[in-house]
Unconditional design. Structure first.
Length: 241
């Protein structure tokens, strides 16, 4: 007869999935990863599982791309490109324009930044200014909050050491223990979303657009730089650069 609890060793819990004896869980409320270790090899595998779970949330990703097939083959290389950004505040908008302009210039476009004193930041205002400047293309980006992830306690890894037990006719004994430590700090971190459109200036028609989301971070400048790089890389893959 199987020992009591033997079947439970292979049963999945609601908080995670057990695969080959490895339990990985990340409750959405607490944003934690808890691992139970019984052997050295199992501990190594479970720690690797935790690292992969955390890494999955630590990269800038492309959420979606759209393109008008009528503009297929249109290149921005050598073209004068008006760059404008809309954001929650002027600092975010200017950081965005700086990074987008730098990435576009590095790939052969001739960017013109929207003046910092621009009173109205909208696609219509950008198009009007681009026409006056003689730019043929407008690259317009909108930065938005992607939401707060993590918790005030940050993600943690908990390691529990399995017990050693025995019993006789008159008694028994057991040994157990464990510890946990934070991985992500105590401050909740926010992600940023960039929705970018490329317009033909004379007609005002959208040629291409995409949405990208950054990883959660306390470094706003780093997020915007990664979003700009990811966006312009996607333009290159689409044949625009």
């Amino acid at each position: 007869m199987a020992a009591p609890g033997a079947q439970d060793k292979h049963r999945s819990s609601p908080a995670g999935r057990r695969v080959s004896g490895i339990l990985c869980a990340m409750p959405s409320r607490a944003r934690t990863t808890r691992l139970a270790c019984t052997t050295g090899l199992a501990c190594t595998a479970r720690l690797a599982c935790a690292v992969m779970l955390l890494a999955a949330c630590s990269t800038t990703r492309v959420d979606g791309v759209w393109a008008d097939p009528e503009f297929a083959g249109r290149s921005l290389r050598g073209a004068t490109v008006w760059v404008g950004c809309k954001a929650l505040d002027a600092t975010m908008a200017r950081l965005c324009e700086d990074r987008l302009a730098a990435e576009l210039a590095a790939r052969g476009a001739l960017p013109v930044r929207t003046p910092g004193s621009e009173p109205v930041r909208s696609d219509e205002a950008f198009l009007a200014a681009a026409r006056q400047s003689g730019a043929s293309v407008l690259v317009s980006a909108t930065l938005m909050s992607g939401g707060v992830v993590g918790s005030p306690y940050g993600p943690t890894i908990g390691i529990g050491i399995g017990g050693i037990g025995g019993s006789g006719g008159h008694g028994g004994f057991g040994i157990g223990g464990g510890f946990s430590f934070p991985l992500g700090g105590v401050t909740p971190m926010e992600s940023t979303v960039a929705s970018t459109s490329v317009f033909e200036v004379p007609s005002g028609r959208p040629m291409w657009s995409m949405r990208a989301s950054s990883s959660a971070s306390a470094d706003l400048g780093g997020q915007i730089a990664e979003l700009a790089r990811t966006t312009v890389d996607a333009m290159g893959r689409a044949g625009l650069l």
